[in-house]
Design a protein around this ligand. Structure first.
Ligand code: ATP
Length: 264
């Protein structure tokens, strides 16, 4: 296993999991989804979690998001920040315009109306949807809807972004351009001194190699960290570059070996 930048339990981590175990159900029906997973994500780091289907990736993300409670171990999110969450489905409010969707978190945060308007415009510009504020979600493509969801998550002004297969339902071209946008946005935040920490779940190893500073591979159920590797490929990256392909090949080999051991 390659070395990590942070040691589990380090106080400076943006997200720290220490020996996290999750068991669903009880007795004979109990399912151990995660088994003593320790992982530190440094502020501003982009970590991709990969693993076979059902290995506990979404469970881990939901625990970090506070949507569920651990059965053992502990999770700390730096400065007690509330992470922003993004899923495969954009989950926009269909009756609201694009602008009003992005405004929801700002309203919840109690921002005055004038500030909200300016911030919505800024966020929509960030995801290249400045001209679409008055449209409704059904008028947009899948990729555009996912960009609205990203803008709405960013409106939370959170330093931690949790993404669960956010681009899994998109075609390859659209996914490509969203990778570019996410990388640009993330690089910009880090360069501006307002680090954005990303924990990104995917079963697409290429996508992980395209995006991550570090890839963490979970074993088949129960999920344990079995391998991790730094992705020392300069940015901006291309998903079809030989460097990204080489990282993806290494992780795919290990994932295959793991799936082969378990038969799923
Ligand atoms: N609420 C629940 N109750 C019982 N079992 C659950 C629950 N949620 C998840 N599980 C089980 O825990 C295991 C891990 O599920 P999880 O969804 O976290 O895996 P995953 O790695 O995200 O899978 P996939 O890649 O297929 O989305 C699976 O065996 C799943 O059936």
């Amino acid at each position: 296993m390659s070395t990590t930048t942070t040691t589990p339990g380090s106080a400076s981590a943006a997200v720290a999991l220490s020996a996290v175990t999750k068991v669903y159900g009880r007795g004979a029906d109990a399912v151990v989804a995660l088994d003593r997973v320790s992982l530190d994500v440094a502020p501003g780091e982009f970590v991709c979690l990969v693993g076979a289907s059902g290995c506990g990736k979404s469970t881990l993300l939901n625990l970090v998001a506070g949507l569920d409670t651990v059965s053992g171990g502990g999770i700390q999110v730096g400065d007690d920040a509330r992470p922003g969450l993004m899923f495969q489905e954009p989950a926009l409010f269909p009756w609201l315009t694009v602008g009003a969707n992005v405004e929801v978190p700002l309203k919840l945060r109690g921002l005055p109306a004038a500030d909200r308007k300016a911030r919505v415009a800024e966020l929509l510009d960030t995801v290249h949807l400045g001209d679409f504020a008055r449209r409704r979600p059904h008028e947009l493509s899948g990729g555009m809807r996912q960009r609205v969801a990203l803008a709405r998550t960013l409106a939370l002004d959170t330093p931690v972004l949790l993404m669960d297969e956010p681009f899994g339902a998109l075609d390859a071209m659209t996914r490509d351009s969203l990778h570019d946008e996410l990388e640009r946005l993330w690089t910009g935040r880090n360069a501006a001194g307002t680090p954005l920490t990303v924990l990104f779940v995917t079963h697409n190893v290429r996508e992980a190699a395209r995006l991550a500073d570090r890839i963490v591979l979970l074993s088949s159920r129960p999920g344990r960290v079995i391998y991790e590797t730094r992705v020392d490929v300069s940015r901006p990256r291309r998903i079809d570059s030989p460097e990204v392909a080489a990282v993806a090949a290494d992780v795919t080999d290990r994932l295959r070996a793991e799936v082969g051991r378990h038969g799923h």
